[in-house]
Design a protein around this ligand. Structure first.
Ligand SMILES: Cc1cc2nc3c(=O)[nH]c(=O)nc-3n(C[C@H](O)[C@H](O)[C@H](O)COP(=O)(O)OP(=O)(O)OC[C@H]3O[C@@H](n4cnc5c(N)ncnc54)[C@H](O)[C@@H]3O)c2cc1C
Length: 398
């Protein structure tokens, strides 16, 4: 039995599937055209407990652990949703964990084992002001790390926060920020020493704070239903009470929470591959050329078999690494390998799936076309394939 195949998780899978069927599929094409998902979707997902999966009940979440979060992500995509939808609806998965961890809850269900209880401490105020309303679907948060000068080298962040009494004065800019257009607050990585020093802190910055402007909505190859923005900070005064954790501990916090983001992206990758295998298999059964169904030809059958194998192997490896993360093992290298394995499987499978659809695969009407475009970001976001290879090489002692 698969580790995500328990009776409770089968129920969670069913809940997720019916949410997608009822609340997402009838509207997804409209949201892709609109460039964002509606705020009401967050409230609807919160009401049935989906938004809070992986977050402790003590901060307003639904409980559950990393594997539950993975299961929800997987099922959303396999039910006909998309990685773009995950990015838009579950941005809190990257925007909130730092706050939850600083308050003493285990972060986002994504770094450590089972959640649910846990006394909070310290940054409870941030939990009340941001975490609870976001998990209730009434607020939207974003995470801003990447800057126009570069995203891979996090230590080189140049957005500064200079202390001035009870405030920080923030100057700089961020780019490619998921949900940045809609976000009510932004969990923002800033440099609390001289620019490029690597001394980072994390501040929560409210939309509407004077000097904080949300720039243009960025147009993208894929993830069309997920809004992406540039952000600018000019002498933005942020209360010191909006700092997450201690000053100059941001780099470590950001690195720790990258593990969760990377496993989520790995899940999106293998689930997209699985969905594309299903779509291609259905297509090849129905589509006849030269008087016979495509699926009757050995070349096509073997291609589908290879696609299926790659997707399932990636899924098994991601689950294994996720289970080790959930057990508290330090598996930074394995998380990087899981992301690269799943992304490589996804890239190959979506390409083959589109090819098997022929000309129809190139049309907006084809679901596989959306997955083909959406998949391309998975090897870039949350640390690129090359940066994952750097981590893996270090883990090998190179
Ligand atoms: C749709 C979308 C959504 C995003 N959402 C967010 C978000 O919500 N929040 C956020 O903070 N960021 C977000 N990002 C940014 C994303 O995390 C970065 O794009 C990514 O980390 C890469 O950074 P970069 O684009 O600056 O590329 P660069 O760091 O400039 O890298 C460019 C290329 O050089 C390679 N490279 C870099 N260094 C090395 C090296 N040492 N050795 C070998 N190769 C190297 C990279 O792998 C890449 O191929 C998003 C990006 C996109 C496109």
């Amino acid at each position: 039995m698969s580790i995500v195949d328990t009776p409770e998780r089968r129920q969670l899978r069913e809940l997720t599937r019916s949410f997608v069927t009822r609340e997402v599929l009838p509207h997804l094409a409209d949201w892709e055209r609109a460039g964002e998902v509606p705020r009401e979707l967050h409230a609807t997902a919160a009401k049935i407990g989906l938004l809070g999966i992986g977050f402790p009940e003590s901060v307003g979440g639904s409980g559950g652990d990393l594997l539950d979060s993975i299961l929800v992500t997987e099922e959303i995509i396999r039910s006909g949703g998309s990685s773009g939808l995950i990015a838009a609806l579950f941005t809190h998965g990257i925007a909130l964990p730092h706050m939850v961890a600083a308050a003493g809850g285990q972060s986002g269900g994504l770094l450590r084992g089972r959640l649910g209880g846990g006394q909070l401490r310290g940054d409870d105020d941030l939990v009340d002001r941001y975490v609870r309303p976001t998990l209730a679907g009434t607020m939207i948060g974003a995470l801003a790390i990447t800057e126009p000068d570069g995203g891979s080298d996090v230590a080189a962040i140049r957005t500064t926060a200079r202390r001035d009494g009870d405030h920080y004065v923030v100057n700089g800019s961020k780019t490619y920020i998921t949900s940045g257009v809609r976000a009510d607050f932004v969990t923002t990585a800033v440099c609390t020493d001289f620019p490029g020093s690597g001394e980072l802190s994390v501040l929560v910055i409210d939309k509407g704070t004077p000097g904080f402007t949300v720039g243009r909505r960025l147009e993208k190859l894929g993830w069309h239903c997920s809004d992406t923005a540039e952000l600018s900070f000019v002498d933005v005064r942020v209360p010191v009470t909006n700092r997450i954790g201690e000053e100059n501990t941001g780099f470590l916090a950001i690195m720790q929470h990258f593990a969760a983001e990377r496993l989520s992206l790995a899940t999106q990758a293998y689930a997209t591959a699985q969905r594309c295998v299903e779509l291609a298999t259905r297509w090849c059964r129905d589509r006849a050329t030269f008087g016979r169904p495509l699926a009757s030809r050995q070349l096509v059958r073997h291609r589908l078999a290879e696609m299926h194998t790659r997707a399932e192997a990636a899924r098994a490896y991601v689950h294994e690494v996720a289970a080790r993360v959930a057990a508290g093992e330090p598996v930074v290298t394995e998380v990087a390998m899981a992301k690269n394995v799943a992304v490589a499987a996804c890239d190959q499978v979506v390409d083959q799936a589109l090819q098997l659809h022929g000309g129809f695969g190139y049309l907006r009407d084809a679901e596989v076309e959306r997955h083909y475009r959406d998949a391309r970001i998975l090897g870039i976001g949350g640390g690129t394939t090359e940066i994952m290879n750097e981590i893996i090489a270090k883990g090998m002692g190179l």
